[in-house]
Design a binder for this molecule. Structure first.
Ligand SMILES: *[C@@H]1O[C@H](CO)[C@@H](O)[C@H](O)[C@H]1NC(C)=O
Ligand SMILES: *[C@@H]1O[C@H](CO)[C@@H](O)[C@H](O)[C@H]1NC(C)=O
Ligand SMILES: *[C@@H]1O[C@H](CO)[C@@H](O)[C@H](O)[C@H]1NC(C)=O
Ligand SMILES: *[C@@H]1O[C@H](CO)[C@@H](O)[C@H](O)[C@H]1NC(C)=O
Ligand SMILES: *[C@@H]1O[C@H](CO)[C@@H](O)[C@H](O)[C@H]1NC(C)=O
Ligand SMILES: *[C@@H]1O[C@H](CO)[C@@H](O)[C@H](O)[C@H]1NC(C)=O
Ligand SMILES: *[C@@H]1O[C@H](CO)[C@@H](O)[C@H](O)[C@H]1NC(C)=O
Ligand SMILES: *[C@@H]1O[C@H](CO)[C@@H](O)[C@H](O)[C@H]1NC(C)=O
Ligand SMILES: *[C@@H]1O[C@H](CO)[C@@H](O)[C@H](O)[C@H]1NC(C)=O
Ligand SMILES: *[C@@H]1O[C@H](CO)[C@@H](O)[C@H](O)[C@H]1NC(C)=O
Ligand SMILES: *[C@@H]1O[C@H](CO)[C@@H](O)[C@H](O)[C@H]1NC(C)=O
Ligand SMILES: CC(=O)N[C@H]1CO[C@H](CO)[C@@H](O)[C@@H]1O
Length: 762
């Protein structure tokens, strides 16, 4: 460890960006300490990382109109935590029945906490303005907490906690792990929620045990005088805390002298002055990148690889190799790559469900389609195109895995063969049934992690049109460059290229949807009525779009089992633009068409929607993919980042753009033969215009860009769109994470119009 001066961070007012406040006085970029707050989606999120723990603590914002105040604590350690609701207590209803309970977190009170038997976690002081009672409480696995929140109140008895001890100033609720590792102190092997009354507080606890063992929860009241009172809440666990990547280990130094654009992008990242840099740092650890908080503070292969690809130009080799290594470590023996790891207590539960309780709490890894195809493109970009990766391959591939036997090279070899084998049938005979579908029995598999999100299709567009060929091209390039070394005998770069070529040529066309102009206009009018939009917006965008004389054509979201397309216009072309080789002019024309104002295209005033069912002959999709659906007509930030990065990359393929574009943060090798459309100045101009429309839409919700997902509200009077919180629209209450790793892909991009990125207007 180098000794560097501890930096004193005051209050950093973001020029633009989420409502973020640096909380702690002492934040050192040289270690992994962090302390900050993000207000998002009606919640105050507090983040803490020090040498003891790493934790997110979320509390319903004080101005919320909901009666219940929700407290969530999530720790990456074991993906564990606690969820509880504070409800106004009926008994003191008195005269003011409907007054809302106000629970506020005392600023500065968020600290790491320690308890007996090496248990560690986080604590905070909460101020209650009136009497409250504890509602549903789940302690232990974040996955069990998500089951409850997102699964209409699903709970399983196995996760019941016990009332360990109580008096009128102290309460301990204990959740003993299903599989305890140490019989001697098993009473402490699990997770605990403590409520204690700190010195000087007039609050008291009134606890009545349940009358039916652990089944019936105790009644826990927080009683305060009229002036209010404070209760300290702590959540601790016996899981191992992870070692974080501090901003200085994560990001390249500002002095990195590669291009003006990169230097601009790097400002405030390594020294931790940027709020966004601290947020990324909170999500990244030496042995894995986590996907988002609070719901996904654990390994997700797809999220980490997409985030890595977008952030990579700004990252150090240490950080890049941490993310790549995490994916390789979790490969299975066939070579498939892990989508999500289930660890901690929930792993015991999953193992039991699979009749493998003998495995105890060993992690359970699941294998969905997409991560398999994202690793090689990330490695190709790193080892072959970025300065950080040159000369790093040999030592990286020689590493011994720690989660399984073998070197990274051996594991990667399996993955390459696995991907090639899966691509072969289609290459031999390209028919829709030989595309890569969701795995048997799995309703999901690409990034649209819901069955509805894919329009109930089987063959996702992004997987087949973009990622299969991209993974093969990356393999080809790594083989040709000799980077993979001698362990990859039996693979011929030329053969891999031939397979890729068939996919590039044949797959996109299978997803092509064509709708006659008259029919398309009818469907648009039907759509604006059903979606409560205004017909006026069709008039205003009709003439300006120019292309409206012709039929409407676009790429389907997916194909159904019988090969018919799900006729939903969507944003997944961004994958082709970022990952694809040999993207055709016809393909780019579809991108131009999609980057029109919604509902003709995807662009609203507050961002790019990821799905637009307006043209679908199946009108039921209008309701399935509405603005309250998790993958409906809603805005996912990383999809905007992907589209913006993709347009930048495609434009950089033309030599004249590559050298002159001051907004290119990423490094793009100039192709031996530029695409033929580069010579067509009006076409290049139309791509630039689409890029500009996209960034205008992105700027329309700049304060949201690091969150996971948001929806829109349409104002009929003004004909404009505003941001709407998805959780309050969603019938299932699906909420957005306040910080989501792949949304920080914007740190690797500059807005071509302003020269700034997400954190700075510049
Ligand atoms: C953590 O850091 C604090 C403050 O820098 C120090 O006093 C303490 O000893 C450290 N604890 C551990 C477990 O390293
Ligand atoms: C909630 O309590 C805090 C602190 O006691 C106070 O500042 C705030 O105004 C209260 N908010 C509401 C909506 O009552
Ligand atoms: C609460 O305050 C925040 C800003 O401080 C605001 O964005 C939000 O709309 C408010 N929520 C309600 C329900 O008033
Ligand atoms: C409380 O709210 C309910 C429903 O909104 C209403 O019927 C009732 O009159 C309110 N009570 C008081 C005391 O305001
Ligand atoms: C309440 O319980 C706590 C924790 O067991 C203990 O430290 C404290 O002394 C107890 N208080 C009283 C008044 O018994
Ligand atoms: C008491 O607990 C058992 C499980 O231990 C449960 O099956 C039963 O329904 C509970 N009874 C009541 C009245 O809640
Ligand atoms: C809370 O309940 C206690 C006991 O019932 C009562 O004395 C007190 O006044 C209540 N607090 C408030 C703020 O109403
Ligand atoms: C969990 O507790 C046991 C003792 O009960 C201890 O040996 C072990 O180190 C603890 N594990 C962690 C990760 O703190
Ligand atoms: C690895 O995962 C893939 C995808 O789920 C599966 O087809 C294969 O059988 C798995 N291999 C092993 C050894 O479990
Ligand atoms: C894990 O817990 C289950 C359920 O209690 C039990 O059947 C199994 O034997 C335990 N395994 C280990 C390794 O502790
Ligand atoms: C990997 O492990 C083997 C022994 O299993 C050892 O000989 C080799 O040096 C290790 N490689 C590295 C890079 O640590
Ligand atoms: C204390 C506790 O959490 N009890 C729960 C045990 O599990 C059942 C079934 O999920 C719940 O109904 C209880 O509330």
């Amino acid at each position: 460890m180098r000794a560097l001066p501890v930096l004193l961070l005051g209050f950093l007012a973001p020029l633009v960006g989420p409502a973020t406040t640096a909380l702690a006085q002492i934040v050192g970029p040289q270690d992994a300490s962090l302390s900050f707050k993000v207000v998002s989606g009606g919640n105050d999120n507090y983040f803490l990382r020090d040498n003891i723990t790493s934790a997110q603590l979320l509390l319903t914002s004080a101005n919320s109109t909901s009666a219940a105040r929700r407290l969530v604590v999530a720790l990456p350690a074991g993906n564990s935590g606690a969820l509880t609701y504070f409800l106004p207590k009926d008994a003191d209803a008195g005269t003011n029945t409907n007054a809302t309970l106000n629970v506020t977190l005392m600023e500065g009170s968020v600290r790491s906490a320690t308890a007996d038997y090496f248990n560690v976690g986080v604590q905070a002081d909460l101020r209650f303005d009136r009497n409250a009672t504890l509602g549903v409480t789940i302690i232990g696995a974040v996955r069990a907490m998500r089951d409850y929140v997102e699964g209409n109140g699903v709970m399983h008895e196995i996760f019941n906690y016990t009332l360990a001890s109580y008096n009128d100033t102290s309460l301990r609720l204990h959740r003993r792990w299903i599989n305890t590792t140490s019989p001697t102190s098993s009473a402490y092997n699990g997770a605990d929620l403590y409520l204690t009354v700190p010195a000087g507080s007039a609050a008291r606890l009134a606890v009545t045990p349940g009358n039916n063992g652990t089944w019936t929860p105790p009644t826990v009241d927080v009683l305060v005088p009229a002036a209010g009172g404070t209760v300290r809440v702590a959540v601790v666990t016996n899981e191992t805390s992870l070692v974080g990547l501090g901003t200085e280990r994560l990001f390249l130094p500002e002095s990195t002298n590669r291009s003006r654009a990169l230097q601009t992008a790097l400002q405030g990242l390594a020294d931790g002055q940027s709020d966004a840099a601290q947020q990324v740092s909170f999500l990244t650890y030496e042995d894995k990148f986590t996907a988002g908080g609070w719901r996904f503070l654990t390994y997700f292969g797809r999220d980490s690889m997409i985030a890595l690809r977008l952030l990579m130009p700004t990252l150090t080799s240490d950080a890049i190799e941490a993310a790549l290594g995490a994916v390789i470590e979790r490969a299975n023996s066939t070579g498939a790559l892990c989508h999500e790891e289930t660890i901690g207590d929930y792993a015991s539960f999953v193992n039991m469900q699979n009749n493998r309780s003998d495995l105890g709490n060993q992690p359970f890894y699941d294998y969905k389609v997409q991560p398999d195809l994202l690793l090689l493109p990330a490695m190709g970009h790193y080892f072959l195109e970025l300065p950080q990766g040159s000369d790093r391959a040999a030592q990286f591939l020689a590493r011994n895995a720690t989660l399984q036997n073998g070197t990274y090279a051996e594991i990667l070899n399996r993955t390459i063969h696995y991907n090639l084998a899966r691509a072969m049938p289609f290459a031999r005979s390209p028919t829709p049934s030989r595309l890569i579908g969701l795995r048997p029995g799995e309703p999901v598999g690409n990034w649209r992690d819901s069955n509805e999100g894919l329009g109930y299709g089987l063959y996702p567009f992004d997987v087949n049109s973009a990622l299969v060929p991209a993974s093969l091209r990356a393999t080809e390039a790594l083989l040709r460059a000799g980077v993979l070394g001698s362990g990859f005998a039996g693979l011929d770069a030329g053969e891999v290229a031939e397979v890729a070529e068939v996919w590039e040529r044949e797959a996109p066309g299978m997803f092509e949807v064509r709708v006659g102009r008259g029919v398309a206009e009818e469907r648009l009018r039907r759509f604006v009525r059903r979606a409560n939009l205004s017909e006026a917006m069709l008039e205003s965008t009709n003439s300006s779009a120019g292309a409206q004389e012709a039929d409407v054509s676009f790429y389907a979201l997916s194909l159904k089992e019988d090969g018919t397309p799900v006729e939903v216009l969507n944003s997944d072309m961004g994958f082709n633009l970022v990952y694809g080789a040999n993207v055709s002019r016809a393909f780019l024309q579809h991108v131009l068409d999609a980057l029109q104002p919604y509902p003709r295209g995807l662009l609203t005033d507050v961002g790019m929607v990821v799905a637009n069912p307006a043209y679908d002959s199946n009108a039921t999709m209008i309701d399935v993919l509405n603005r309250a659906a998790y993958h409906g007509t809603v805005i996912w930030s990383f999809q905007q980042g992907l589209m913006a990065a993709g347009l930048a990359r495609q434009l950089a393929l033309c030599p004249s753009n590559n050298s002159t574009d001051a907004s290119n943060v990423d490094t793009y090798p100039t192709p031996a033969r530029p695409p033929s459309w580069c010579a067509d100045a009006p076409f290049v101009q139309s791509l630039r215009a689409a890029q500009s429309r996209l960034w205008t839409a992105i700027r329309g919700a700049q304060s949201e860009i690091y969150t996971e997902v948001w929806s829109y509200a349409f104002d009929n009077a003004t004909g404009t769109f505003g941001v709407a919180d998805l959780a309050s629209l969603s019938p299932t209450g699906t909420e957005s994470d306040a910080i989501q790793l792949w949304s920080y892909g914007f740190l690797g991009l500059l807005d071509p119009a302003t020269g700034g990125n997400g954190t700075r207007a510049v």
